[in-house]
Design a protein around this ligand. Structure first.
Ligand code: PLP
Length: 381
């Protein structure tokens, strides 16, 4: 450990419990050190039970899950896929892996997720151009549920299948149902910074048994049913390790407590800093939505401060506290300079004004007071 790490407050570090090591120990003892073994089925079952998903396939990353999900939805070369601009690049990269083009859609100011009116505008315009979108990716950013009721109704009215990127939203709910189970395909991530982790990992969930089977087939090099290695399709090496699935089983036993802790952290910041008008905590839960508050996020109100989020980030850094800008919108990325974009004011503004605060579920009261104290030095009440 570097001396600098000693009292550092990280943005969203892993938070392990007591049982992960037992599963890992057993995997090694039983020689299931492979991308196959009993922890995989156990982890998949835990995810189905918790989310209400019909079927689950544990994979090496959330990105791999999005990639296989797009293949299941038939996305291929020349296709267009609707996608929010305000998200992490991993949402859109698999569109490019498939030789397809992302069509970006702006956010709404409340949930920060895809704006239903902009979505309709985008679909109508693509249809006028003779380009029928092949799929729609919805993201629940920072754990905040998208406005699923209007968004799914629009997608359905045009016959466009939905992939739900719930990488940040395990444990969030909409209309009393877990996120990830609304789309034709849902995706979770268990990367080291997510609400629970397997160090690296992901999962694809679906209500269609044959789709889950197909995803499992593609994730293990697409081996035809033959005694020798025969292949009729391009496959991938995307299966999760049985060791990491063991960590996942231990973590799944803790998910409810992790969701509770993250929600309490958001509420703590909001309550204890409410006298600072420059800090606006958000996004806002939609009707029917409950967020896991994966990360506590805020925007600066320019009528109350001339400071930028970058100045705040650097100040927190002098206190050995990690914070992070909001996601830079994908329509502003050099990588996607050529991609179509509908709207843009909302996500552009969020990026200019926003910041993520330390939100790990293991944060102590003393940690939170330290972050709040550092912020108070910049924003007198
Ligand atoms: C983390 C994340 C992903 C990708 O998950 P990995 O497991 O890191 O590949 C995809 N989309 C969003 C919104 C994410 O935050």
């Amino acid at each position: 450990m570097h001396s600098q790490d000693y009292d550092r407050i990280f943005l969203s570090p892993p938070h392990l419990g007591r049982h992960e090591l037992n599963y890992v120990h057993k995997a090694i003892e039983d020689n299931w050190v492979a991308p196959a073994g009993p922890n995989l089925a156990g982890f998949e079952q835990d995810i189905c039970q918790y989310t209400g998903a019909g079927h689950c396939v544990a994979l090496s990353s959330g990105t791999a899950a999005i990639h296989l999900g797009l293949i299941l939805l038939g996305v291929g070369p020349g296709d267009e896929v609707l996608c929010p601009s305000f998200t992490f690049v991993a949402t859109a990269n698999p569109i490019v892996y498939q030789g397809a083009t992302p069509v970006f859609v702006d956010s709404e100011a409340t949930t920060w997720n895809m704006c239903p009116a902009r979505l309709r505008e985008a679909i109508e315009d693509r249809l006028l151009l003779g380009k029928r979108p092949k799929a729609l990716i919805l993201v629940h950013l920072y754990g905040m549920p998208s406005q699923l009721e209007p968004l799914l109704a629009i997608a359905e009215s045009y016959g466009i299948p939905v992939l739900e990127d719930a990488a940040e939203a395990l444990g969030s709910r909409y209309n009393n149902r877990r996120l990830g189970t609304f789309g034709a395909v849902g995706v979770f991530s268990f990367n080291g910074n997510k609400i629970i982790t397997t160090s690296g990992g992901g999962a694809l969930v679906t209500h269609h048994a044959d789709w889950a089977e197909k995803a499992r087939f593609l994730a293990t090099q697409a081996k035809d049913p033959a005694p020798y290695y025969q292949h009729s399709e391009t496959g991938y090496n995307y299966r999760l390790s049985n060791i990491l699935a063991g960590i996942g089983r231990g973590q799944m036993g803790l998910i409810e407590s992790r969701v509770k802790a993250r929600r309490e952290i958001y509420a703590w910041y909001q309550k204890n800093l409410k006298d600072l008008p420059a800090l606006q905590f958000g996004p806002t839960e939609p009707a029917l939505g409950v967020s896991n508050r994966w990360l506590t996020t805020l925007t600066l109100d320019s009528t109350h401060t001339a400071l930028t989020p970058e100045q705040v980030r650097l100040h927190l850094e002098t206190h050995n506290i990690e914070s992070r800008p909001l996601w830079k919108p994908l329509h502003q990325q050099p990588l996607f300079a050529q991609a179509p974009m509908y709207g843009g004011e909302v996500s552009t503004d969020l990026f200019v004004r926003g910041l993520c605060l330390p939100s790990g579920s293991a944060l102590t009261d003393a940690d939170l007071r330290r972050v709040a104290g550092a912020l108070r030095e910049m924003f007198p009440a």
